[in-house]
Ligand binder design. Structure first.
Ligand SMILES: [Cu+2]
Length: 452
């Protein structure tokens, strides 16, 4: 059944890949179930306690999307790239070698790195082909983050330059299996020239989703072992509305949730992450996404299976996580920073506060200020709000207070809604604020926040 579904949508992959035609098409009809692959672990080159040292190469790669080969990019030649793991407090060094034929950078999405390590053009000259750059920072917070280029962003991410960054808190209980599941969508103007210019919402019915690069894989759990899965939506423009029977939500972008929740209609916008504990026991469950469109949210069509999870006889062991149960902060009612999202009509830029990048007015806040941010979406599509170098608390969405305290760096702003956020401006520098639909970002929906 899995392969029947894929067979229906495979032509979409071929048709929507722009300038990168498929080279071969394998006979998927005779293949067996695809075991869920996992990205390799990046090798720590420094044995010193409290320090990790990684070397990465941005290079050309060939991606096999359910039997269709696509020419693209990958860190160390794979997408998703190697998982970079550190512990809170570690000094992290990452040497990037650029083996592409185009300049690139590394942006540490969600991490509070020093401003000069942020990988954006305001603070770093992009690394030329054949050259390298060494990023150094301290891992300050636990969570699931990711790294991707922040130059020529839509095209380079689209082609496969992304990798998960996992920062663990040593005092948390350790799972027997702590794994990363990276979702990407293909057929959303993927992998073709013009991706950055394409503001058309993709059709969720015809996209091909991959989990760690595989289409509809099967994950067979080992019996009586605990499982913590870190989810990342690395797609350029496509939302997930995830359901995972038996799993419980452990964390959002920035570490443990205040209280666990069922994984049901969990919206993961492009750039968003979540952590779940896999508790399905005995039987087999399907992890699926409901049809979800940025132009309105829940959409028509049947849910799509992304991954089949086969539980062992004894099922996984639960983990003894301690959730704070904390309520969200009280909204003080004032607004220190206001961002309005608008624009996007045909032949119009995407706008923040009426301005399109790079012709924007930077906002300023004082270092260590307690900043209340209001984000208003006046446009006809959702936008994932992303702030560099900081985490923020979500106070309310559409006037409804968050049910529990949660910290994010990427949060969806639904159509016609208002979000209230609170952050401590604790990281000095020039920071980008933008929509994480990468076509919107490159279409102007980006501005700057100066913390000094
Ligand atoms: Cu947007």
């Amino acid at each position: 059944m899995i392969f029947t579904l894929f067979g229906c949508v495979a032509p979409g992959v071929v048709a929507d890949t722009g300038s990168v035609p498929p080279e071969t098409a394998a006979d998927t009809a005779t293949a067996g179930p695809i075991p869920l692959p996992f990205p390799p672990a990046a090798v720590d080159l420094d044995a010193t306690e409290g320090r990790v040292w990684f070397a990465l190469s941005a290079q050309s790669a060939t991606h096999d999307i359910g039997g269709t080969e696509l020419a693209g990019y990958g860190y160390d030649g794979v997408a998703p790239g190697p998982v970079l793991r550190a512990r809170v407090g570690d000094e992290v060094t990452v040497e990037l070698h650029n083996a592409l034929d185009t300049p690139t950078t590394l942006h540490w999405h969600g991490m509070s790195v020093p401003n000069e390590m942020d990988g954006v053009e305001r603070v770093q000259t992009p690394i030329p082909p054949g050259a390298g750059f060494t990023y150094t920072f301290t891992a300050t917070h636990a969570g699931t983050f990711w790294v991707h280029p922040h130059v020529d962003t839509a095209r380079q991410v689209d082609l496969g330059l992304y990798a998960a960054v996992v920062v663990t808190e040593p005092t948390e209980p350790q799972a027997d299996h702590d794994v990363v599941l990276v979702f990407d969508a293909w057929g959303e103007a993927e992998s073709g020239v013009g991706a950055a210019d394409d503001h058309t919402p993709p059709d969720p019915r015809t996209q091909v989703w991959t989990v760690n690069g595989a289409v509809s894989p099967v994950w067979t759990l080992e019996p009586a072992q605990s499982v913590r899965a870190r989810l990342l939506n690395a797609s350029n423009t496509s939302y997930l509305s995830l359901s995972w029977p038996g799993a419980r939500l452990l964390a959002t972008d920035q570490g443990l949730s205040a209280s666990p929740a069922a994984v049901e209609a969990l919206v993961l916008a492009p750039g968003d992450r979540a952590e779940v504990e896999v508790l399905a026991s005995g039987g087999t469950v399907e992890v699926s996404t409901a049809m979800w469109s940025p132009a309105g949210g829940a959409s028509y069509g049947e849910p799509r299976t992304l991954l089949t999870v086969v539980g062992g006889e004894d099922g996984p062991e639960p983990l003894a996580f301690v959730f704070s149960g904390a309520a969200p902060s009280i909204d003080p009612g004032r607004t220190d920073l206001l961002y309005t999202f608008s624009g996007g009509a045909p032949d119009e830029d995407w706008l923040i506060n009426g301005e399109a990048w790079p012709d924007v007015t930077a906002a300023n806040v004082e270092l260590e200020a307690d900043v209340i941010i209001e984000v208003r979406n006046l446009s006809a599509t959702s936008h994932p709000f992303h702030l560099h170098g900081h985490r923020f608390e979500v106070l309310s969405v559409g006037g409804v207070a968050s049910p529990a305290r949660r910290f994010e760096d990427t949060v969806d702003v639904p159509i016609r809604s208002t979000l209230r956020l609170r952050m401590t401006a604790d990281n000095p520098g020039q920071w980008l604020v933008h929509c994480h639909l990468l076509g919107h970002e490159e279409g102007g929906m980006m501005t700057e926040l100066v913390v000094e």
